[in-house]
Write a protein that binds this ligand. Structure first.
Ligand code: 5RP
Length: 235
């Protein structure tokens, strides 16, 4: 495959199984992150080998650049409009296929693209499977305007849900604020466990400075979990 270092075998197995779902003529959403990058490479290899006609919308600048470099046809979401299938990674997957996403800071575009798809397939390694969401810090994309006020409002919302006392940390990159593709900032909510993801999602969405949170509830249709031996399990 067209990649210098060897990909993680579990991620590769999941990526290959998802790429096998792609059919000629499809409009595809391309996720973000290390697993999604492996998938994009596998997809480009397959599209080239089988001369597939595909139209793709990417969930980040990084993925768009990678897909373009590999020869995939990348258009804006508004050009493609509606997608047959989106394939993306996740930070946590629970038994109801509820997800935490946004470890790569792309969950805003990822959620928009997933919402514009007939089918969202998550690809992951076994370490992403959890009984309950929350060990992975929940990313929340917030506006720069009133950033500290939004952080206070998030703390109050957590307290109202009996989840006070947890760190609400600004995400940094090389000591500077992490700025998303949309020019916003990220707060990572270190919650340890989320007992009621629906209530938390509603509470966060009701805060004006919150642009989007990383809880993906009822959006994932299939999770393909790759294993190091190359096999996969579907959830
Ligand atoms: C980016 C994401 C990624 O899909 C998630 O962080 C998983 O990444 P990786 O495949 O590198 O573990 O949500 O915003």
């Amino acid at each position: 495959m067209s990649q210098s270092s060897q990909p993680d075998p579990a991620k590769l197995a999941a990526a290959r199984a998802a790429v096998a779902l792609v059919e000629d003529g499809m409009k595809l959403g391309l996720g973000t992150g290390s697993t999604a990058s492996i998938m994009v490479r596998e997809l480009a290899d397959r599209a080239r080998a089988e001369n597939l006609s595909l139209r793709c919308a990417a969930t980040s600048k990084a993925t768009a650049d990678l897909a373009c470099d590999l020869g995939l046809k990348v258009e804006t979401l508004d050009e493609v409009r509606w997608l047959d299938l989106t394939i993306d990674g996740a930070d946590e997957v629970d038994p109801d296929l509820h997800l935490i996403k946004g470890g790569g800071g792309a969950h805003l575009r990822e959620k928009i693209v997933a919402a514009a798809s007939d089918r969202m397939v998550v690809i992951a390694d076994p370490g992403k499977i959890v009984d309950q969401l929350g060990a992975f810090p929940l990313p929340v994309e917030v506006l720069q305007f009133g950033f500290e006020t939004t952080r206070t409002l998030i703390r109050r919302a957590l307290a109202a849900l009996d989840m006070e006392g947890h760190d609400v940390m600004q995400r940094l990159k090389d000591s500077d604020p992490w700025v998303t593709d949309e020019g916003n900032l990220i707060l990572d909510l270190h919650l340890e466990v989320i007992h009621d993801p629906v209530a938390l999602a509603h509470a966060l969405a009701a805060i004006p400075g919150v642009v989007e949170h990383g809880l993906f509830l009822g959006m994932c249709d299939l999770a393909i979990i790759g294993k190091a031996d190359g096999s996969v399990v579907e959830l």
